[in-house]
Design a protein. Structure first.
Length: 164
């Protein structure tokens, strides 16, 4: 039995040596490998809650640029996958400093503050602020919505709108 195991192990070793894969050393980079969670994300509504969609090949230097892209809505493929944009805003201004983001609205806002549309806004802006200011994390960013016809909504954190 021992001889058979030794022969099998030897044959397997020879087969693996001949596969053409050569060992390499450590390949260094200047950054950590964060994978798909790095960068700006747009948060869209779905039947199962909010879903973050990575923004590829696009850079931003201010929150208003993120909002312009956000209001273009999910792509056709993303819509077929059940994603939608529930958020409608009157005119607005958006600003962020450190862990604080403020959206000042020019008119009436139909959101209640605890709805998916508000969650889309909060999570998209929190993620964008953490990319624009790498000293803060998405979880630390608080978003306040200022309404001219009612009390402010928030501040809210993205985690308040995510399931699980």
């Amino acid at each position: 039995m021992r001889v058979r195991q030794g022969v099998s192990a030897g044959a397997l070793g020879l087969a693996l040596m001949g596969c053409g894969v050569q060992p390499t050393g450590v390949i260094g980079t200047d950054e950590y490998a964060f994978g798909p969670t790095r960068g700006v994300r747009m948060y869209y509504a779905s039947a199962s809650g909010l879903r973050g969609v990575p923004v590829l090949r696009q850079e931003f230097d201010e929150l208003s640029g993120v909002m312009k892209l956000f209001f273009q809505g999910p792509s056709a493929d993303q819509r077929r996958d059940g994603l939608t944009n529930l958020l409608e805003l009157p005119g607005f201004q958006v600003s962020g400093t450190g862990t604080r983001v403020t959206v000042s609205l020019d008119g009436h806002y139909a959101g209640t503050g605890r709805d998916q549309g508000t969650g889309q806004l909060v999570c998209t802006l929190a993620r964008a602020q953490s990319v624009l200011d790498p000293k803060v994390t998405t979880d630390d960013v608080e978003v306040t919505i200022r309404r001219p016809d009612a009390d402010d909504l928030g501040p809210y954190r993205c985690a308040e709108f995510l399931d699980g």
